[in-house]
Design a protein around this ligand. Structure first.
Ligand SMILES: [Zn+2]
Length: 347
């Protein structure tokens, strides 16, 4: 997802905001306590899920993040929306340790915008992500200068519609600081430092991470990450698990490319992997096959309707049928339109 300005994705995704301050504290002796959580940590705006030894998925406040504890410090993959990145960095530092490196799976704001909160010179992204992050940065800076209070509101509107995170006294200072930073920023101030072409391998002690660009899919700058030692596949937004996928045609997405990307992930993945999607809970390789099938089902539905002479407008009103319970429901109609446009060769 692209965050606060993305086309066609801002209306009525439902009230996902979670009043986390009202949640009960975890029981003594729980994993939270075992991780050394104090009272402040118990009121975390995030949900941490253990993936295995020294590895966690962190949900809410944007796309899923993955945190690995390595020799030399934490490695964080995907950094959430602007402002919320500061809360993530603080929490990673408290629970896991200082961050030595970050990886951004693609340019969308809910995965990349938290970057300036991470005090590391080592940040990886695909080559084509850099320009798009800079362009988004320039837009945010403009909005922050024109009307900072409005940008704070819009950031929360985006969070409330798309992601599980509430506006309250624990998150608001971070969002306000982000908007102040954005108003003052030079575009290069949050560019990733190490740009990947087709693939890269990074070693952190015993762990080797493989970063692979599968070609245009969800965007033109997707990377997926393999951690074979832990049996992890971190897909970024190449997998929306039980959520309708956002097909960012403006950023070079195609559904055929996306399906090829999924084939590449399945071919490269370790045996019986744990799969961290961009959105939704941790899952298995079956979810990748379901994502691939989603495009087949929608394409077939659209092609059949087109063969019956139905208009684009009529086709985008087809009900979501078997996918009606999936998250990001407003993308269903948009995705019917995308498949229609792909089928007819139009934009
Ligand atoms: Zn995305």
């Amino acid at each position: 997802m692209t965050g606060i300005d993305r086309r066609g994705f801002v209306a009525g995704l439902g009230a996902l905001a979670w009043p986390w301050a009202a949640r009960p504290a975890p029981a003594a002796g729980s994993r939270w306590t075992a991780l050394g959580a104090d009272a402040r940590m118990a009121a975390s705006p995030f949900r941490w899920t253990e993936l295995g030894p020294d590895a966690w998925m962190v949900e809410r406040g944007g796309g899923n993040s993955t945190v690995l504890r390595e020799r030399g410090g934490a490695v964080v993959i995907d950094l959430k929306l602007g402002g919320i990145g500061a809360a993530l960095e603080r929490e990673v530092r408290a629970r896991v340790g200082p961050v030595q490196a970050v990886i951004i799976t693609h340019h969308h704001a809910d995965h990349s915008e938290g970057l300036p909160a991470f005090p590391t010179e080592r940040s990886w992204a695909h080559r084509a992500a850099a320009g798009r992050i800079n362009a988004d940065q320039a837009r945010t800076t403009e909005a922050a200068r024109a009307n900072p209070a409005r940008l704070v509101d819009r950031t929360y509107e985006s969070l409330a519609r798309d992601f599980d995170l509430a506006r309250n006294e624990a998150t608001e200072p971070d969002v306000r600081r982000f908007v102040e930073w954005a108003a003052a920023a030079r575009p290069e101030a949050r560019a990733p430092t190490i740009l990947v072409e087709d693939r890269a391998e990074i070693e952190f002690g015993a762990t080797r991470l493989e970063l692979i660009h599968p070609g245009p899919a969800h965007t033109d700058n997707d990377l997926f990450v393999l951690d074979r030692r832990r049996g992890l596949v971190i897909t970024g937004d190449l997998l929306f698990h039980r959520h309708h996928p956002f097909i960012d045609r403006d950023a070079g997405a195609t559904t055929a490319g996306w399906q090829r990307a999924i084939d590449q992930i399945l071919a490269a993945a370790p045996e019986r992997p744990k799969v961290v999607p961009g959105h939704g809970p941790v899952t298995t390789a079956d979810a990748l096959r379901a994502q691939r099938r989603y495009f087949d089902v929608v394409r077939e539905l659209v092609e059949r309707a087109r063969a019956q002479g139905r208009t684009r407008q009529a086709i985008t009103a087809i009900p979501a049928s078997e996918f009606r319970d999936w998250g990001f429901g407003d993308l269903w109609s948009e995705n019917l339109g995308v498949l229609y446009d792909e089928g007819t060769g139009s934009r």
